[in-house]
Write a protein that binds this ligand. Structure first.
Ligand SMILES: Nc1nc2c(ncn2[C@@H]2O[C@H](COP(=O)(O)OP(=O)(O)OP(=O)(O)O)[C@@H](O)[C@H]2O)c(=O)[nH]1
Ligand SMILES: [Mg+2]
Length: 1111
C-alpha cells in the first residue's frame, strides 16, 4: 500500500498522464462490478473476488440493497502497452434516480466519463440523463457495452443477431448524443440571431461570437464508434472486455490483411471472402455474416459454448493452448463444478477487462491539461455572468487553469462533503513501530512508573493519588483515541497551484463576486478588512488524503489536476465550495440539479430531551448529503426533504446510525400539492351559453360607459358594470380608508406559458434582479428630471443607463428570447384574450420567479414593463410607477405562496388587475355593502390602522385569494414518471398495481429481440409510497420501477363538490367524500397544517346514544 501511495505521489505531478474519470450509467448496468475489475488490476482486491465484492459499495446498506448510493473515488495505477505510466482517478457513481445529485458531484470533478450500457436493457432513461449531464459539463465520454454474456446465455442470440442488436443500441446512443448536439447548435444559432437584433436595438458593443465556437466543433468526434476505439465490449462479471483493435491486430497477422483496413471494417456492414482475400461492403443486404460476428463474436460464443454448455475438458485445453495462456491447475479443476470461474480465468488472461478499459481511457479520454476554454469559463462564470465583465486579476486566472500551473495560485473546487467513518482515517490505523520508537516508549513508561512510585511514597493520602493516576491513564488513552463521531472530508479537485497541508486559503461563498469587490476596492484594502466581506472566510487546510475507495491515505501536498480529500473544513463548508489563495477567484458555478427533492417527512425524537442531539444530527446529515434539505417549518417541526423513497430511507438510516444516534419518530411522508383555477364553465346551470351573455353585457356596458348622461352613470351604469365584472368573476376591494378601489380577477394561465415559466425559473430570478436595478435607475432619473425641469430645461433624449456589466450578455439574450417566447405563446392562444399581455406583466410569483403572473390591465396606469431592463428603455420615458405599486406586488407574492385551498403554492394562475380607482368611495361603498353578498360582493378588508402601504399588502393578499376563490378551484398533484421493464408474464401484475394507485400508462413498447416490455406510466406522488416494493413483491423481483418527478397535474374533481341532485346523492352518498380524491387530498393537507376541516365527527349520533343506554 505504502509503495503504491508513493508511486501515485510521483504520478500526481505529471498532469499529462493523469485521467480523472467517472463511471456513469442507468441503475444496475454494472458500474460497480466493472470498477471491481479495474481495482483488482492494482492488486487491491483479488481477481477471484472482482465482480462479486463490489468494493466501491462500502456502506452496509449498499451491499444489502445491491445499489450504489454514494459516489466514491479511487486512485489507480496503470502501465500501458508503450510503458507509459498513468494515474487514473476513478469515481464510481450511483445509477438510481434518487441519487442523481451524487452523479453531479462526481461529474463536476472529472474530465472524462465511462458510460456503461447493459446490452440487454439498452438505452434507459438514466443513460440518457447521464449522457446529458456529461455533455453539459463538457466531459468526453467513452462507451462500454456491458453484460455481453447475457446475449449468449439469456437471450441466446447468434453472433450475427448479437452484432445487429449491438448496432441498434449504438445507433440509439448516438441519436441521444446527436440530439444534444443539435439542441446546442439550434440554441446557439437562435441566440445569434437574437444577439444581432439586440445589438441593433440597444447598440450594445458586447459581441459574443458563437459561430466561431460552432465552426470549431468537429461533430464526428462526438459519436461513439468501435472503429474509433471509444467503445469497449465487456462482461464485467466474467472479467473480459475488448476493443476492436485487439482483434484487428490478431487477424492482421493471421490473415495478412493490413491492420488499419481491419480497424475500419471490423465493425460495420462488411463481410469477407477469406479465400479471395477480399473484404466487401453490404453484408446485410447480401445476407452474409458481418466481420464483427465472424471474427470477433464467434470466438467468444464458442468459448462460452465449450466451457459453460458442453464442459468439454479436452477442447478447453486446446483453446487454452491456442490462446497461449496459462490457467492454474486449481482453475482447471473447476470446469465441472464451477465452469464460470474457469471461464473467467481464461478470459482474464485472454482479453482482460481492465486492460481494455484502462488503455482506452488513457488513449481516448482527456488529461487535465486538455481542459477547454469553454469549460473553464463555464466553471468561473455560471449562467448569468460574463467572463469579459471580470476584472483583470480574475481573467488572469484562466491560463493557470489551462496549464495546471503547479506554482500558480491555488484554486480548489469542493463538490461535496463526505462523512467518513473514523476507523477509515489513516490516523486510526496502528502503524507498526520501529525498534527505536519501541525503545523510546519503553523508557518513557519506565520513567512515569518511577515518578508515580516516588510520589506514592512521599504522600500519605494514597487514595487521592490513585485517583490522580487513574485519571492520568484515562487521559493518556483519550489522547490516542479518535472520537467516534463522523469526520468530514471534502471531496475536491485541485485545478491550479499546489495544495498543501496547513495552508491558509480563502473560502469563497456562492455569492462572492470579484467584479463587485475589485472594481470598487484594492485587494490589499479588502484583505485588511476581511470581516466586512461576509462571503470570504479564511480557512486552514487540515490533513490531505488520497481517496482509495474505503481507505484514505495521508498526503502532504497535492499538485494540480488531481482529486483529493481535504479535512478541517467541516466548520466552514456546508455542501460545496471554492477555495483559493486569491479573492480574485470567482465562486464556481453551482452544481446542476436534475431532480428536485420532493418527499418530505417531519422528524421528532422519541424522548423530547434528545432534541439537541436530533438537531445536531440533522445538521450533520445536511452537510453530508448533496441533495437532502433540512428545514424547520413554521410549525416548529423539523423536516427533511429527499429525492425519493430510497433516498429517504438512506437519510433516515444515516441519521439513526451515524449522525444523531437516537430513536426518533418519522411522520408519514408529506406530499406537496399546488393550487390552481380552471376555465369557467361555458354553460350555466340552465345550459345556456355564458359567453354570449357576457358579450351582450360587455356591449351594453361599453355603450353606456361612453354616454355622458350624469343620471345614467350614477346608478345604472354602475350596476351594469358590476354585473359585467361579476360575470367575469371579478371582485372589487377598497382600502380601509376608502382611498382606492381595486377590481381584479383570476384566470388560468395558458398551459404552455406556465410550462415556459416553470422551466425558466432561474432566468426569471435574473430578470427580477434586473428589474430592481432598473427601478433604482428610473427613480434616480426621475429625480434628476425634476431638478432639471425646475431649472427650465428638460432633457428628453436622456436614456436610462442600466448596470448591465455584470449580467452576462448571454443571460440577457436568454431573457430576450424568453420574452419573445412568452409573447408568442400568449398571442397564439384564444384570440384577443391575451393580446399584449406579455408587455403588461407586473410580476411573477411566488418568490418573484414562480409560474403565476400579475397582469396590469388598468386603463390609466401606464406602468413600465417588467421587461424594460432587457428591451431597451425608450418606451418608458413617460411611464412611472405609482406609489403603492410595490405593496400590490408583495400582496401578490404572499397570495401565490399559499393558496386558499390548503395553503399550498399556486400554479399557473394569472391575476388581472382590471381597475385601480382613486377617490372617496365611502358613499358608494355604503350602497354596495347593503346589497347581497353574491360573488362580486364588495369586500372590505378594513379596520386596520397604520401606514397604507403596509395595510395594502395584507389587504391585497386577501383580495387575490378571494379572486382565486371566485373561480373554479382545483388542486394539482405532483406526478412521477415511472419507468418499468417487465416481461410479458408479469405485465398484468404491473398494470394491476398501477391501476390500484391511480397510475396511468403513457407508453408501452416491446424491446426488439426480447420479451421485455418497456412501460412508461404517470403516477401521483401521493400514491407512490411502497409502490416500488409492491411491484417487486407482486412480480417476484422481475420488474422494478424507476420513479422520477415529472410534472404537476390537475386533479379533475372539484374539492368542494357535493351532490345536489337526488341521483347524485343516491350514487355518491350525501357528502361524496369517499369518492372525491381532491377533497381527500385537500383535507389531509389541511389537517396536517392544523387548518379548519369541514367534516362530521359524529356520524350516527342516535345509534351511539342507544349504545350508551345499553351499557
Ligand atoms: N450477467 C451479467 N451480470 C452483470 C454484469 N455486470 C454486472 N452484473 C450484475 O448486475 C447487477 C448490478 O451490478 P452493479 O455493478 O451493482 O450495478 P451498478 O451499475 O453499480 O448499480 P448502481 O450502482 O446501483 O446503479 C449485479 O447483480 C451484477 O452481478 C455482467 O457483465 N454480466
Ligand atoms: Mg454501483
Amino acid at each position: 500500500m505504502a509503495e503504491r501511495v508513493s508511486l501515485i505521489n510521483v504520478l500526481q505531478k505529471n498532469p499529462k498522464n493523469i485521467r480523472n474519470i467517472c463511471i456513469l450509467a442507468h441503475v444496475d448496468h454494472g458500474k460497480t462490478t466493472l470498477a471491481d475489475s479495474l481495482i483488482a488490476s492494482n492488486g487491491i482486491i483479488s481477481q477471484r473476488l472482482a465482480g462479486k465484492l463490489r468494493y466501491m459499495d462500502s456502506r452496509e446498506d449498499e451491499q444489502i440493497r445491491g445499489i450504489t448510493m454514494k459516489s466514491s473515488a479511487i486512485s489507480l495505477y496503470f502501465k500501458s502497452g508503450d510503458a507509459n505510466e498513468y494515474l487514473i482517478n476513478l469515481i464510481d457513481s450511483p445509477g438510481h434516480v434518487d441519487f442523481s445529485s451524487e452523479v453531479s458531484t462526481a461529474v463536476r470533478l472529472c474530465d472524462g466519463a465511462i458510460v456503461v450500457i447493459d446490452v440487454v436493457e439498452g438505452v434507459c432513461p438514466q443513460t440518457q440523463a447521464v449522457l446529458r449531464q456529461a455533455w453539459l459539463e463538457r466531459l468526453k465520454p467513452m462507451l462500454i457495452f456491458n453484460k455481453m454474456d447475457r446475449l449468449i446465455t439469456e437471450l441466446k442470440l447468434t453472433p450475427q443477431e448479437a452484432a445487429m442488436h449491438l448496432q441498434q443500441i449504438l445507433e440509439k446512443v448516438n441519436a441521444v448524443t446527436g440530439s444534444l448536439f443539435s439542441a446546442e447548435v439550434l440554441e446557439k444559432s437562435n441566440k445569434n440571431t437574437t444577439s444581432n437584433e439586440a445589438e441593433v436595438e440597444t447598440g450594445s458593443d458586447i459581441v459574443y461570437d458563437w459561430s466561431a465556437g460552432l465552426e470549431l466543433t468537429d461533430d464526428s468526434h462526438l459519436y461513439f464508434s468501435p472503429n474509433a476505439g471509444n467503445v469497449v465490449f465487456a462482461s464485467a462479471t466474467d472479467g473480459w472486455g475488448f476493443t476492436i483493435d485487439h482483434f484487428s491486430k490478431l487477424y492482421a497477422k493471421k490473415l495478412g490483411i493490413q491492420e488499419n483496413v481491419l480497424l475500419k471494417t471490423l465493425w460495420g456492414d462488411y463481410y469477407a471472402n477469406v479465400k479471395a482475400k477480399k473484404i466487401f461492403k453490404g453484408a446485410q443486404a447480401k445476407g452474409k455474416k458481418c466481420l464483427f460476428a465472424q471474427f470477433v463474436l464467434e470466438n467468444i460464443w464458442s468459448l462460452y459454448d465449450t466451457v459453460l454448455v458442453r464442459r468439454d475438458k479436452d477442447k478447453c485445453e486446446k483453446i487454452v493452448q491456442s490462446l497461449n495462456i496459462n490457467v492454474s491447475a486449481r482453475d482447471k479443476r473447476l470446469i465441472s463444478t464451477e465452469p464460470k470461474s474457469y471461464l473467467r480465468a481464461i478470459c482474464n488472461q485472454w482479453i482482460p477487462l481492465s486492460q481494455a478499459v484502462l488503455s482506452s481511457v488513457c488513449l481516448h479520454l482527456p488529461n487535465p491539461l486538455s481542459i477547454s476554454d469553454e469549460k473553464v469559463e463555464g466553471l468561473m462564470c455560471g449562467n448569468s455572468h460574463s467572463f469579459d465583465s471580470f476584472p483583470n486579476e480574475t481573467k488572469d486566472l484562466k491560463p493557470e487553469f489551462l496549464n495546471c500551473d503547479q506554482s500558480g495560485k491555488v484554486i480548489v473546487l469542493v463538490s461535496k462533503m463526505v462523512a467518513v467513518d473514523p476507523s477509515h482515517l489513516p490516523q486510526a490505523k496502528k502503524r507498526p513501530l520501529t525498534e527505536e520508537e519501541i525503545k523510546e516508549k519503553r523508557e518513557a513508561a519506565r520513567q512515569k512508573l518511577l515518578e508515580r512510585q516516588n510520589q506514592l511514597e512521599k504522600n500519605t493520602s494514597g487514595e487521592e493519588n490513585q485517583e490522580c493516576a487513574a485519571k492520568e491513564i484515562q487521559n493518556d488513552n483519550e489522547d490516542n483515541e479518535i472520537s467516534d463521531s463522523p469526520h468530514f472530508v471534502a471531496f475536491a479537485r485541485v485545478f491550479s497551484g499546489t495544495l498543501k497541508k496547513g495552508q491558509e486559503l480563502f473560502l469563497l461563498g456562492p455569492k462572492h463576486s470579484p467584479t463587485e469587490i475589485l472594481c470598487n476596492h484594492r485587494i490589499e484594502n479588502v484583505l485588511a478588512k476581511l470581516d466586512d466581506y461576509p462571503h470570504i472566510t479564511k480557512v486552514s487546510i487540515g490533513d490531505l488524503y488520497l481517496l482509495m475507495g474505503r481507505e484514505l491515505s495521508s498526503l502532504d501536498e497535492v499538485p494540480p489536476g488531481n482529486i483529493v480529500g481535504i479535512a478541517g473544513l467541516e466548520d466552514h463548508v456546508l455542501k460545496s465550495a471554492t477555495l483559493s489563495t486569491t479573492i480574485a477567484c470567482p465562486a464556481f458555478n453551482a452544481l446542476s440539479k436534475d431532480t428536485a427533492p420532493i418527499i418530505r417527512v417531519a422528524i421528532e425524537p422519541k424522548l423530547l430531551s434528545q432534541m439537541n442531539q436530533l438537531m445536531e444530527g440533522l445538521r450533520l446529515l445536511n452537510q453530508a448529503d448533496p441533495c437532502v434539505q433540512v428545514l424547520v417549518q413554521e410549525t416548529g417541526e423539523h423536516v427533511i426533504v429527499t429525492a425519493g423513497e430510497v433516498h429517504l430511507q438512506r437519510c433516515l438510516d444515516d441519521l439513526k446510525q451515524r449522525f444523531a444516534k437516537i430513536d426518533f419518530n418519522v411522520s408519514t411522508p408529506i406530499v406537496p400539492f399546488r393550487e390552481t383555477v380552471i376555465p369557467r364553465p361555458k354553460f350555466d346551470v340552465m345550459n345556456e351559453l355564458l359567453e354570449t351573455q357576457e358579450k351582450d353585457l360587455k356591449q351594453k356596458f361599453k355603450s353606456k360607459d361612453q354616454e355622458d348622461d350624469a343620471d345614467e352613470q350614477s346608478y345604472q351604469v354602475k350596476s351594469r358594470r358590476k354585473n359585467y365584472f361579476e360575470r367575469k368573476g371579478c371582485i372589487s376591494v377598497f382600502t380601509p380608508g376608502q382611498e382606492y378601489e381595486f377590481v381584479l380577477r383570476a384566470v388560468p394561465l395558458p398551459e404552455e406559458v406556465t410550462r415556459i415559466l416553470e422551466s425558466n425559473a432561474d432566468d426569471l430570478k435574473i430578470l427580477d434582479r434586473l428589474d430592481v436595478t432598473f427601478r433604482e435607475e428610473l427613480k434616480r432619473k426621475n429625480q434628476m428630471d425634476t431638478t432639471i425641469e425646475t431649472n427650465g430645461e428638460s432633457d428628453t433624449n436622456n436614456t436610462i443607463p442600466i448596470e448591465q456589466s455584470q449580467i452576462k450578455s448571454e443571460a440577457l439574450k436568454r431573457l430576450k428570447s424568453l420574452y419573445n417566447e412568452i409573447k408568442e405563446k400568449f398571442e397564439k392562444t384564444e384570440k384577443g384574450m391575451w393580446l399584449n399581455v406579455a408587455d403588461n406583466i407586473w410580476s411573477f410569483g411566488p418568490r418573484r420567479n414562480g409560474c403565476n403572473v400579475l397582469i396590469n390591465a388598468v386603463k390609466d396606469y401606464d406602468r413600465p414593463s417588467i421587461w424594460c431592463g432587457i428591451l431597451g428603455h425608450d418606451d418608458t420615458r413617460n411611464k412611472q410607477y405609482r406609489e403603492l405599486d410595490r405593496s400590490i406586488t408583495s400582496g401578490f407574492q404572499l397570495a401565490t405562496l399559499a393558496g386558499p385551498l390548503c395553503e399550498e403554492p399556486m400554479h399557473g394562475v394569472a391575476f388581472i388587475l382590471e381597475e385601480w380607482n382613486a377617490g372617496d368611495f365611502s358613499q358608494q361603498n355604503d350602497v354596495d355593502s347593503t346589497e347581497s353578498n353574491g360573488h362580486m360582493g364588495t369586500r372590505k378588508f378594513g379596520g386596520i390602522k397604520g401606514s397604507l402601504s403596509g395595510q395594502l399588502i395584507s389587504m391585497m393578499k386577501e383580495a387575490f385569494r378571494s379572486a382565486f376563490q371566485n373561480q373554479p378551484q382545483r388542486l394539482m398533484a405532483a406526478m412521477y414518471t415511472c419507468d418499468i421493464q417487465a416481461t410479458v408474464d408479469v405485465l398484468g401484475k404491473v398494470y394491476a398495481v398501477l391501476g390500484k394507485r391511480e397510475g396511468r400508462v403513457v407508453k408501452e413498447d416491446m424491446k426488439e429481440g426480447s420479451d421485455i416490455f418497456n412501460v412508461v406510466a404517470a403516477l401521483p406522488v401521493a400514491e407512490s409510497f411502497g409502490f416500488a416494493e409492491e411491484i417487486r413483491k407482486r412480480t417476484s423481483g422481475l420488474a422494478s420501477p424507476q420513479l422520477m418527478f415529472s410534472h404537476w397535474e390537475v386533479v379533475p374533481s372539484d374539492p368542494f363538490w357535493v351532490p345536489t341532485t337526488e341521483e347524485e346523492m343516491q350514487h355518491f352518498g350525501e357528502k361524496a367524500d369517499f369518492e372525491n380524491q381532491a377533497t381527500k387530498y385537500m383535507n389531509t393537507v389541511r389537517r396536517r397544517k392544523g387548518l379548519f376541516v369541514e367534516e362530521k365527527t359524529v356520524q350516527h349520533a342516535e345509534k351511539q346514544r342507544t349504545l350508551t343506554k345499553n351499557k
